[in-house]
Design a protein around this ligand. Sequence first.
Ligand code: ATP
Length: 261
Amino acid sequence: MSVLTAENIGITFSQRSHPILENINLNLTSGSITVILGESGCGKTTLLNILAGFQKPTNGVIKLNNVPLHGPDETRAVVFQEHALFPWLNVEENIAFSLEIKKVPKALIASQVERILKIVGLSHAAQLNIWELSGGMKQRVGIARALISTAEFILLDEPFAALDAFTRENMQKLVLDLWIEENRSFFLITHDIEEALLLSEQLIIMQANPGRISQRLELNFSKRYRNGENIRSIKSDPEFIELREKLFAQLSHNIEEGYNA
Ligand SMILES: Nc1ncnc2c1ncn2[C@@H]1O[C@H](COP(=O)(O)OP(=O)(O)OP(=O)(O)O)[C@@H](O)[C@H]1O
């Protein structure tokens, strides 16, 4: 089992006097699903960039199985909020791109792409151009590109922010299905309290100025989905609603405190 660890992560940007992140400690184990929830500007994307190896922290270290990591590598793949797809390539070419670069044999690429298209429900759209896709389909291509890699850790930065409520719930279902079927670790940033509650085994709540972890919750709503309960039934459960309202009140209090600071 692999573990990606953030140890005492802090970062201060040179043009700012105060730290953006301070003393962040995290453990992501393979097969787990972790969600980060926090107000705008508390440093969620910065933390994801540090975990991905795109950004170097000022303090602390990212480790994989206790070995320090010093940049991006094949163990971590990122799905961005903006789909970051290549508009001049069609759906299957976008998904195949990273394998083409590595000069993987054509037949192997074709079978991998076919497998991943099936997993994300896009087999019918393999030949479509990117501009012919809906927002949800584009985000499926983004996820497919991460899944075709061998990355054990899939890091998703607010992947569904731009989607309507129905498509969003469809995508939440896709993430849960992938988590159940693929033995990988998912780390997802969201602003959406319902999404955070539904998708996380480990829910990390962050506060701003400096960005820090204010709370960690172990939740079982995702496990209830794994055990066969449907998403609407979970989201309308009184326990879910009570926790949603509690977190809403808590986060709005944090934001008001931030305004008054
Ligand atoms: N490279 C950088 N240089 C200077 N400041 C930066 C840099 N990257 C991020 N910041 C600042 O760090 C803070 C945290 O930004 P970040 O995007 O990580 O927050 P966030 O919680 O993801 O926000 P949102 O939810 O709005 O996307 C912001 O004030 C941002 O302006």
